[in-house]
Design a protein around this ligand. Structure first.
Ligand code: IPM
Ligand code: MG
Length: 360
């Protein structure tokens, strides 16, 4: 079977980290008999520039037709003044909604080689391995009504709506519990049930789901403010954390920094059929774009997740992940994870080193 992979490089550092990742994919094709048909399409600001829209119909059509999508990053100051529906981020949100990618897996893993790159003391983060399961197609990100209106007194008022229906909570809950079954069988559900009705329902539904279908999984609940604090105080207490779209956005950046750099974290966004889009959790980093210094490892590890979750090749996933560990052992570091005594390399050099280090 030939895997159809759609590559969406996007904006900022997107094209650089994606081309480093394609070096690794090329190696899988060239030396390990992996059959892939690779297509490229524009999304985000790059798509606005060529077509006037952040998600051209053709890009969405190709995404539907692909077995998996690899995405770099979208956004940048160049497009900041555009109307909300034309912003690059709408391209990303349109893909998530269009492909129904409701389940976002964001693993935060500390590679022991990077313990010194974390801003937290090594003993707090050593051996960290937590999985954030973020709901990705609901909540205030997509809730209606939304907008900016003019009040009677002439003042403008911005408004958004946080909404969750039971079925949305159930399906992300199942993903979290199933994920926990393959790990340490513990789920912490994060909400703001003391204040927000939508998340009070979230807590009720999670509790009922655990009781009826997952009695073997330990479920705990935590308010989001406390969860943010616990992530930096004692992050190793968590196994799987399940939360809403917005809380997950915030907490996953926080979890990323525990691992030394946001540049290290991959993600998988999956729909009910296991089809998915794979992207690093960081953004387009316009401040360093075009300089060849961005860390491609989050994107390379996203390719590994793609092999495991959508393309049925856990062997290749493991091979790529082992290659990342090898280059870290060799002491190669991009600027964001560089510490005294290690060798600073650029984006392409890192991609080439990982590609060369793959063994299956
Ligand atoms: C992320 C990003 C996106 C989000 C932005 C770029 C729309 O921050 O994937 O975490 O908020 O989901
Ligand atoms: Mg984010």
């Amino acid at each position: 079977m030939t895997a159809k992979i759609l590559v969406l490089a996007g904006d900022g550092i997107g094209p650089e980290i994606v081309s480093a990742t394609l070096m690794v994919l090329d190696r899988l094709v060239r030396d390990f008999g992996f059959a892939a048909e690779i297509e490229h399409a524009p999304v985000g600001g790059a798509a606005v520039d060529v077509s006037g829209r952040p998600l051209p119909d053709e890009t969405l059509r190709l995404a539907h037709a692909a077995d998996a999508v690899l995405l770099g990053a979208v956004g940048g100051p160049k497009w900041d003044a555009l109307a909300p529906e034309l912003r690059p981020e709408k391209g990303l949100l349109g893909l998530r909604a269009g492909l129904d990618l409701f389940a976002n897996l964001r693993p935060a893993l500390l590679y022991p080689q990077l313990a010194a790159a974390s801003t937290l003391r090594a003993e707090v983060v050593a051996d960290l391995d937590l999985m954030i399961v973020r709901e990705l197609t609901g909540d205030i990100y997509f809730g209606q009504p939304r907008g900016v209106r003019v009040l009677d007194n002439g003042e403008r008022q911005g408004y958004n709506t946080m909404v969750y229906s039971e079925s949305e909570i159930l399906r992300i809950g199942r993903v979290a519990f199933e994920t926990a079954r393959r790990r340490q069988s513990r789920v912490c559900s994060v909400d703001k049930a003391n204040v927000l009705e939508a998340t009070r329902l979230w807590r009720e539904v999670m509790t009922a789901l655990q009781q009826s279908e997952y009695p073997d999984i330990e479920l705990s609940h935590m308010y989001v403010d406390n969860a943010a604090m616990q992530l930096v105080r004692a992050p190793k207490q968590f196994d799987v954390m399940v939360t809403s779209n917005m809380f997950g956005d915030i907490l996953s950046d926080c979890a990323a920094m525990l691992t030394g750099s946001i540049g290290m974290l991959p993600s998988a966004s999956l729909n009910a059929k296991g089809r998915g889009m794979y992207e690093p959790i960081h953004g387009s980093a316009p401040d360093i774009a075009g300089r060849g210094i961005a860390n491609p490892l989050g994107t390379i590890l996203s390719l590994a997740m793609m092999m495991r979750h959508s393309l049925g090749r856990p062997d290749l996933a493991g091979g790529v992940e082992a290659a990342v560990r090898k280059v870290l052992d060799q002491g190669l570091r991009t600027a964001d994870i560089h510490t005294a005594g290690t060798q600073r390399v650029g984006t392409a050099e890192m991609g080439a080193a990982v590609a060369a280090a793959v063994t299956i």
